[in-house]
Design a protein around this ligand. Structure first.
Ligand code: HEC
Length: 155
């Protein structure tokens, strides 16, 4: 068997496993569907900085995998960081970061935000909780502009 056939089979096996996973978790079906959508958004947008495995980039982009910062923040604060951006010094797993995460582009819907936050909460060994569209709406409604920080206009 030549290499390309092996590579092709591997790809196919991964897909089959993903499908099998979906079927096995029937009881959690709606959640895993949303998680799959969250994963898509993660791959399209967040992964550039936080990496596919959520490890981030040492000293530049903080990890999301097993991030003590992520787990210690209330859910609405995490949603607000994703929607409105985050800057200033933070400590994640004992390392300091002082970067800027831009607001999420406005073409992403509240549902997209709910799905992607559910995805990071439920991946890489993080203790997952599902985030709903209603949670996102509530977090937006209670958002207070940070001192001296810019707030994205609602639109
Ligand atoms: C352009 C790079 C970039 C992208 C894209 C990005 N982030 Fe971030 N993110 C950062 C930086 C930089 C910080 C740290 C900000 C600081 O130092 O205050 C951060 C911090 C965070 C934090 C809090 C810190 C932690 O590690 O727990 C979370 C949660 C987070 N990002 C989630 C996301 C999610 C979800 C997405 C996609 C919707 C995303 N980020 C997209 C750069 C990025």
């Amino acid at each position: 068997m030549n290499y390309s056939v092996v590579a092709c089979l591997r790809k196919y096996t991964t897909k089959a496993l993903l499908v099998a996973f979906g079927v096995v978790s029937m009881s959690n079906y709606a959640f895993s569907q949303d998680k799959a959508k969250g994963e898509k958004t993660y791959k399209a947008y967040c992964q550039t900085c936080h990496q596919a495995n959520g490890q981030g980039t040492p000293g530049v982009y903080p990890p999301l995998a097993k991030s003590d910062y992520l787990t210690s923040q209330p859910k609405d604060k995490v949603i607000q960081s994703v929607v409105y951006g985050l800057s200033g010094e933070i400590t994640v797993n004992g390392k300091k970061y002082n970067g800027v995460m831009n607001p999420l582009p406005s073409n992403y819907t509240d549902k997209d935000v709910a799905d992607v936050v559910s995805y990071i909460y439920g991946s890489w060994g993080n203790s997952g909780t599902a985030v709903t569209e209603a949670d996102v709406k509530a977090a937006k409604a209670s958002y207070k502009k940070p001192e001296g920080g810019g707030r994205r206009r609602k639109g």
